[in-house]
Design a protein around this ligand. Sequence first.
Ligand code: MD3
Ligand code: FE
Length: 210
Amino acid sequence: MTPDLFGEAAPPGLHYLPGFALADEAALIAAARAVAEQAPFRVMSTPGGRKMSVAMTNCGAAGWVSDARGYRYAQRDPLTGLPWPAMPPLFLALAQRAAGMAGFGGFVPDACLINRYEPGAKMAPHQDKDEADFTAPIVSVSLGLPAVFLWGGARRADKPAKLPLLSGDVVVWGGETRLHFHGIAPLRPGSHPLLGAARVNLTFRRAFSA
Ligand code: MD3
Ligand code: FE
């Protein structure tokens, strides 16, 4: 377990690496921008027909999509009909380095979901369970404005803890916390020197079986 803001209550399977991506912040933002030039950020709809507030795009072999047909991973961008842009080498290297620090050597993510939050955007508590293999961890990289991460438990009713995530923070979730409920509170207004009034989160996952 990591010495971190979760203190001694830190649940097993959660590894907080504060500032781990800070040295690469500008390069990560530039690479995310390059992805978005090929596969633009778009606001998806839930299967129930509600518009999300977070804009999303993907890179890698698999991209997470949501529409009236459901949540799933797709090999092509439904907007362009093209394969998702390749995962930038810097993304892959960072995700693998972070996973290794957390004891998940050999992690080969095939999907990177890029979430863009503007002030007011949020993500309601949910589980990530559209992936083929839950033994692989998830690596999350926060960039831009700070967010309040809502860290729930194994059941939806478990009251979430509120934890700040700052630009450059990396979290690796694996093992028994892999299926915990989690969300993001409405983004507060502000301005980040590189991203302006936005937060971008990179989420690396193994979507298809290895
Ligand atoms: C804990 N994104 O895209 S990343 C998502 O900051 C998502 O954009 C949030 O939740 C964001 O699905 C949080 C951190 C995260 C991702 C997956 C998890 C935390 C997780 C899976 C299990 C437990
Ligand atoms: Fe999630």
